[in-house]
Design a protein around this ligand. Sequence first.
Ligand code: IFM
Length: 455
Amino acid sequence: MPFPERFLWGGATSSYQIEGNVETDGAGPSIFEPFCRRPGAVFGGHSGSVACDHYRRFAGDVGLMGQIGLRAYRFSVSWPRVIPGGVGRVNESGLAFYDRLVDALLGAGIQPWLTLYHWDFPQALQTQGGWLNRDSADWFAEYAGVVVDRLSDRVQHWMTINEPQVYIKFGHADAKIAPGLRLSLEEQLLACHNTLRAHGRAVQVIRARAKRSPTVGWAVVGRTDFPASESEADVEAARRGMMEIREPDLWNNTWYADPVIQGTYPEDGLRVYRAAGASLPTVGAGDMEVISQRLDFYGVNIYDGRCIRSGADGSPEVVPFPSGHPQNAFRWFVTPPALRWGPRFLHERYQLPIYITENGFAGLDWVATDGGVHDPQRIDYTRRYLLELGRAITDGADVRGYFHWSLLDNFEWAEGYSQRFGLIHVDFATQKRTLKDSAHWYRGVIESNGRTLSS
Ligand code: IFM
């Protein structure tokens, strides 16, 4: 099998989606508190206020991770749980929760992989402009320092931000998630610029203050394209499709990754955004130096991709999926080659080790009469995607790990609890956990380091 001996097999979650107890023990509100109360904002009026009650049940959940055999667990820290007002006074009880979680993970032999920001921005700072405020980078650096000072004697693996593309587009342009804004392109670009500055400041803080030599990355998403065939022309068209900016929106890869890794905003983005009438954010003296901090790895979340062929002039042309093409419960297309070509193209361009920081399947799972949760589609999806990830490694991409999204069924943002991504089924009325068939299957994959995938 192509998976190297030290390949890291993990599972992932985020704070707001599982912890519940949102304003408990001194935690402050995040932007999702007012957002979830907006009529019609979230399916069924759901919110993360109870979620999986992981804040109180984490020890049992770590036990379940052990049963699955996870080697690593990716979780996020809730900024307003740790600093209720976003800056200033630290909430000792909030930090103590993450102490206990990290200790439990280490006690179970599971590496903690910590994300500093997975969208639960402190409401107190949103009222000061949120990511539109230039000070947001300093606020984030202050918060990062608090977490690093407290946990870096035990946590070695850090991710700054999760999927900025999603919270810029769906939070600041389409009002589908918190903070629920519909901003101009110009303002979205500003929120993005400040996010990137915040990312860079956090990397600086981690490197300067971590007590154990840290590995630092991020977990981004974006567009994934794969070629319709292996012809050179199609491969080149898919590479271009994935890396170019054609539309005046912020759903892409390079507007985020080029400045962070190469120190400049990409020319095509500058052109497209200017042509759309947006004046670009003022890049202050020193901004690019802050933004382009050295990273140890590129974390990427990949669920699906577009199939691309070379058009007559070589430009990328989307090949539509035929009717009846497999989809998940979200109606996202099932596209296993995305996990071969996505990491490959990213590795080629940015030359960093890659971790798949999220990948998984939304299903409509329930507890069967025999007490089990049978989710053959999730198993088949994951098998197909992992086989393609193996091909990426064989092709030469330096892929070092895979985190399945998600450990638990959880609060799926605007979809509330209607979409189940977990390896573990959660009965949200009783909080009973049941390992799905996929969890047992994944254990075999982990134990065999991927060898069971082809059996
Ligand atoms: O649940 C989300 C997660 O918070 C971010 N990445 C995609 C997942 C599935 O939609």
